[in-house]
Design a protein around this ligand. Structure first.
Ligand SMILES: Cc1ncc(COP(=O)(O)O)c(C=O)c1O
Length: 403
């Protein structure tokens, strides 16, 4: 199965430095299958005009294609209503939107809670809110395995002053999959809402917003085999519709005069200006791709890779895997005795192997883990056991050179 999936990704047959290209950085951005590129080309060739505005057939056709993807996404995440799907440019934009709008409604004395696992995208917008409006941040700690410490989490909620918990569903550093349903249940028990960062998890796991009983969620298209420039903010309809607009401009108003404006209902209130029309079409095709392969098939394949990598990485001398969470998605961060992660990445690159090295946009988590940086290997549906084998061999070669 994987061989035929790989054939859908032309870039995977490239060579790098004369070696087969081993791409182990999908957590940063996934490669794109041919069907995504074709859907965009098809749209450009046969179905393109600005949407919502033209009273002519081509614009109506483009609008229909754009809005159809909203329904597709709603089904993909099991939203209550397609109007709950807001197009943004990426997850980062979704967090900023919510920090600005929800943030402006936080009552004096109430706080936002994040966790020690968060990516900067789900941290900096809240720090900016604090600086702008004085809304304080609370940080739920992780334990020594890299799991959220549920007792401490509940104790912070029990103080009764948390308005929103903004927490990741899967860490881009440790691979930790958080118990989102339980986190939401506890948040609700103490009167808080929960925003889930599904940027990593939605690539590997089915994410069902009704089953998880969460209130808001963000994800980004380019990690889900889709194009860059498109992301999604999902929220319960009433919870979104009560928020003020974020960006002003065309397409987000009911009416405007020189003295004021009234605003459209969601989703359009949050989609000012010409949206990423082609990127939306590409994301729709990416979701079709994931559903065609089957989310259960993808998960089973990746969980097998996680088992293989856990075993083989732990056998590399001098290598330490960070975190040992209860459940891990296809992400491993590691450090090697006597080797800077950047040097490791460069030596692996010489063997055609692409891994990420650095702080992974999670500087506070690096501090918490007591490291300056890590190297990170991450998997996707097209990753093979042979590629993990190549990584292990590459690490051993690097060790022989550096240690
Ligand atoms: C967990 C997590 N959240 C948020 C983001 C931000 O995604 P984007 O840069 O597409 O907005 C990333 C990207 O690496 C991520 O891994």
């Amino acid at each position: 199965m994987i061989e035929s999936v790989r054939r859908e990704f032309p870039i995977l047959s490239e060579t790098v430095r004369g070696k087969p290209f081993v791409f182990l950085d999908s957590a940063a951005s996934a490669q794109k299958p041919e069907c995504v590129l074709q859907a965009i080309a098809q749209s450009v060739h046969h179905c393109y005009a600005n949407i919502h505005r033209g009273l002519y057939a081509m614009s109506e056709k483009a609008t229909e294609a754009y809005e159809d993807v909203r329904h597709k996404i709603a089904r993909f995440i099991n939203a209550y209503d397609a109007r709950e799907v807001i197009y943004t440019s990426n997850s980062t934009a979704a967090f900023n939107l919510l920090a600005y709008t929800f943030g402006s409604r936080v009552k004096p004395g109430q706080k936002i809670m994040i966790s020690e696992l968060e990516h900067h995208a789900n941290l900096v917008p809240w720090l900016m809110l604090r600086d702008r409006c004085g809304v304080e941040l609370e940080v739920a700690p992780i334990d020594e395995h890299g799991d959220i410490d549920l007792e401490a989490y509940e104790a912070l909620l029990a103080r009764g002053d948390i308005a929103l918990v903004a927490v990741t569903h899967m860490s881009n550093v440790l691979g930790t999959v958080t118990p989102a349903k339980e986190l939401a249940r506890l948040a609700h028990q103490y009167g808080a809402r929960l925003l889930l960062d599904a940027s990593q998890s939605i690539v590997h796991y089915p994410v069902d917003v009704q089953e998880l009983d969460i209130d808001y969620m963000a994800f980004t298209g380019h990690k889900l085999y889709g194009p860059t420039g498109i992301g999604v903010l999902w929220g319960r309809y009433d919870y979104l519709n009560e928020l003020p607009p974020f960006m002003g401009g065309g397409d987000m108003i009911k009416s405007v005069s020189f003295t004021g404006a009234s605003y459209a209902d969601v989703p359009h209130r949050f989609e000012a200006g010409t949206p990423p029309i082609l990127e939306v079409i590409g994301l729709g095709a990416a979701i079709d791709f994931v559903e065609r392969i089957g989310r259960d098939v993808i998960l089973k394949h990746e969980q097998h890779l996680v088992d293989v990598a856990s075993r083989s990485l732990s056998e590399v001398k001098g290598l330490r895997i960070l975190g040992n969470p209860r459940e891990r998605g296809g992400v491993f961060s590691f450090v090697m005795e006597g080797a800077h992660p950047h040097d490791l990445a460069v030596l692996l690159d010489q063997q055609g192997i692409a891994v990420r090295a650095g702080q992974h946009c999670a500087e506070p988590l690096m501090d918490r883990l007591g490291v300056k940086a890590t190297a990170r290997a991450s998997f996707a549906v097209y990753t093979t056991e042979e590629e993990i084998g190549a990584l292990i061999k590459g690490l051993e070669t690097a060790r022989a050179l550096l240690a």
